[in-house]
Design a binder for this molecule. Structure first.
Ligand code: ADP
Ligand code: MG
Length: 503
C-alpha cells in the first residue's frame, strides 16, 4: 500500500541582522524531450554534432517554411503530465513569443502561453522517512529551444550554432511551494527521477537537457501560511528569478546567497526589484541580468502557422495505460514486499535501472540478502570504478548465482566476497569458478575434526587457557579457518572446537 500521508518539513529560517526570515521558491524547469527529431522539423537532436549540421530550413527560419508538429513530442508531454498526476488539456495552442536574439533566427519562440497542453499536477518531494513536501505543478507547456551563441572561440567574433534551435522543451512550472534550498534541489532531483522513469527526458543536467529558472523571495514567518489560506500573493516578497541553473549544488548555493542579498536590502530599508539574475559560482553571488519582462513585453499572439492542438481522450488513455511503475509506488512496494528500510528502498529505486537489476536478483530469492548485496557489494564496487549500474560487469544472473551458492551452504559469506571480486574482474559462471578453484565450503565434519585435532595437539598451552576462559576458543576457530583457507563452515568449526575442548 502506498502511504501518502506525509508530514511537511519545517521551512528553512534564515536569521537576518534584525529578525528571522523564511524563503519562498518556485521553479520553472526546462526539460528537453527525449526525441530524435525537433518539435516542428525532422532535424536531428543528437548532442555534440558538428555545429550547424542539425539544422533544417524550418529551424533556420527560411522564408516560406512552415512548422509541422512532431506527434512523438506531444505524446511525451502528455506522458509527463500523466506521470505528474496532472490534468491533460485535450485542446491547447501555440503562441509566438517575440524577441530578438542572434541564436533565434525566427525572431520569435513558439511556446504555449494561453493554453498549455498540461494543467495542474503535483510532485511529492521526499525529505526523509514520512516527511515530504507536496509541490503543486501549475502547468507544463511545449516550446522550442533556442540556438547557442559562442563567444569564446575568437577574440573579435561571436559564432552561432543552430543545432539546438527548435529542439522540443517541456517547461514544467511549479507553484511557489518550496521553502528552502535543500527542498528546491530535492524537487529537481525528484522531477528528474520521474522524467527518467517515464523516459520522456534523459535528465542529463551537464548537457543542459534539464535546467531550472529558480524564483526566490523572502517573507516574514507566518506570511506564507497566510498566502496559502487566502491565495493573496501580496503578502509575499518580490521575487527574483535566477536563470538557467543546471547543477543541484549551484541551485542550493544560489538560493542561499540570493536570499541573503534580499534580506540585507529589505533590512536596510530598501526594496527588492523584480528582475532576472545570473548566479556566478566563482564569486558566489548573483548578478542582475535584466529587469523582469512581463508577458506583454513579448507581444505574444497565437501562431498563425499552427492549428490548435487537439488530441483525443482515447489516445491519452492509451498513453496512461503504458505508464511504468513510478518511483513512489516502486519504493512503497519494495518496503512492503521485501521488508527493506525506507532508506534502502530509496537507494534501490533512485535509478530505474538499479531497481530493475535488484528485482532480477531478488526474484525467487531472499529480498533482504539481495538488497544487501546489491547496495553494499555491487554499488560499493561500482562506485570505486566510477561506473553506474548500466556498466556493471556483474549481471543480475551472476549475482543471483552467488547468492544461491551462499544459500545452499556451498560457499561461506566470506568466500562469496572473494568470488564476487573474481566474477567482477574476470567474468564467468560463479558456480563453475567455485568448482574450478576449489572454493567450496567444507561441511564434512570428519575433515574439520581432523584439522581441529591437529591444532589442539600442537597447542597444549592454548588448550589449558581456553578451558579456564571459554572466550579464547575463538583462537582455535581462527586457526582452523586459516588452515582450511577460509572454506570450513564456520558454524561446524565452532561446534566441533567447543566439543573437543569440553566447553
Ligand atoms: P510570470 O508569469 O511572471 O513568470 P508566474 O506566476 O508564472 O510569473 O511565476 C513564475 C514562477 O515564479 C513560478 O514557478 C512561481 O511558482 C514562482 N513564484 C511566483 N511568486 C513567487 C514568489 N513570491 N516567490 C518565489 N517564487 C514565486
Ligand atoms: Mg512564467
Amino acid at each position: 500500500m502506498l502511504d501518502l500521508t506525509y508530514e511537511a518539513p519545517k521551512p528553512k529560517v534564515i536569521a537576518g541582522a534584525k529578525k528571522d526570515w523564511e524563503l519562498v521558491i518556485g521553479l520553472e524547469v526546462h526539460a528537453q524531450v527525449a526525441s530524435k527529431a525537433k518539435l516542428f522539423s525532422g532535424a536531428s537532436t543528437t548532442f555534440g554534432a558538428e555545429p550547424n549540421s542539425n539544422v533544417s530550413f524550418v529551424d533556420a527560419a527560411m522564408p516560406g517554411m512552415l512548422p509541422v508538429i512532431n506527434e512523438f513530442c506531444v505524446a511525451q508531454a502528455v506522458r509527463t503530465g500523466l506521470g505528474l498526476k496532472a490534468r491533460i488539456n485535450l485542446w491547447s495552442a501555440f503562441d509566438r513569443k517575440n524577441y530578438f536574439y542572434p541564436d533565434l533566427p525566427q525572431g520569435y519562440q513558439i511556446s504555449q502561453l494561453y493554453h498549455p497542453i498540461v494543467g495542474e499536477g503535483e510532485v511529492i518531494v521526499d525529505m526523509g522517512p514520512g516527511i515530504a513536501r507536496r509541490v503543486r505543478i501549475e502547468r507544463i507547456h511545449l516550446e522550442q529551444d533556442a540556438g547557442k551563441s559562442i563567444h569564446d572561440m575568437d577574440p573579435a567574433m561571436s559564432f552561432v550554432d543552430l543545432n539546438r534551435t527548435g529542439v522540443a522543451l517541456m517547461e514544467i512550472v511549479s507553484r511557489p511551494d518550496l521553502r528552502g534550498p535543500e527542498e528546491a534541489a530535492a524537487y529537481v532531483g525528484k522531477l528528474r527521477q520521474i522524467l527518467r522513469y517515464l523516459g520522456t527526458c534523459d535528465g542529463n543536467m551537464q548537457n543542459g537537457n534539464l535546467r531550472a529558472d529558480v524564483n526566490v523571495s523572502i517573507c516574514e514567518p507566518g506570511a506564507y501560511e497566510h498566502f496559502r489560506e487566502t491565495g493573496d500573493p501580496s503578502v509575499l516578497g518580490t521575487r527574483c528569478e535566477i536563470k538557467n541553473m543546471n547543477s543541484m549544488r549551484f541551485i542550493q548555493a544560489a538560493i542561499e546567497v540570493e536570499a541573503r542579498r534580499q534580506i540585507s536590502i529589505v533590512e536596510g530599508g530598501g526594496t527588492v526589484d523584480q528582475e532576472t539574475r545570473l548566479y556566478d559560482p566563482d564569486k558566489g553571488e548573483t548578478r542582475s541580468m535584466r529587469s523582469k519582462e512581463e508577458a506583454h513585453d513579448y507581444r505574444y499572439f497565437p501562431d498563425p502557422d499552427l492549428l490548435p492542438l487537439e488530441i483525443e481522450q482515447a489516445w491519452v488513455d492509451d498513453i496512461a495505460a503504458s505508464l511504468p511503475e513510478l518511483p513512489d509506488e516502486k519504493k512503497a512496494r519494495f518496503i512492503a514486499d521485501y521488508g527493506m528500510t525506507d532508506y534502502d528502498a530509496g537507494v534501490l529505486t533512485a535509478e530505474v535501472e538499479a531497481a530493475h537489476f535488484f528485482e532480477e536478483v531478488a526474484a525467487g530469492r531472499d529480498g533482504k540478502t539481495a538488497a544487501n548485496w546489491v547496495i553494499n557489494e555491487l554499488f560499493g564496487r561500482l562506485k570505486k570504478d566510477d561506473r553506474d549500474i548500466t556498466e556493471s560487469p556483474v549481471s543480475p544472473a551472476q549475482l543471483g548465482t552467488i547468492l544461491d551458492l551462499i544459500a545452499t551452504g556451498d560457499i561461506s559469506g566470506k568466500i562469496a566476497k572473494d568470488l564476487f571480486e573474481i566474477v567482477y574482474t574476470d567474468g564467468g559462471d560463479p558456480a563453475a569458478i567455485v568448482e574450478a578453484r576449489g572454493m567450496k565450503q567444507v561441511t564434512d565434519t570428519g575433515a574439520i575434526e581432523t584439522v581441529v585435532d591437529e591444532i589442539i595437539a600442537a597447542n597444549p598451552a592454548q588448550v589449558e587457557k581456553a578451558r579456564q576462559n571459554p572466550k579464547l576458543a575463538g583462537w582455535f576457530v581462527g586457526q582452523v579457518m586459516k588452515a582450511t583457507g577460509g572454506k570450513a563452515n564456520p558454524q561446524a568449526v565452532n561446534d566441533i572446537v567447543s566439543a573437543k575442548l569440553g566447553l
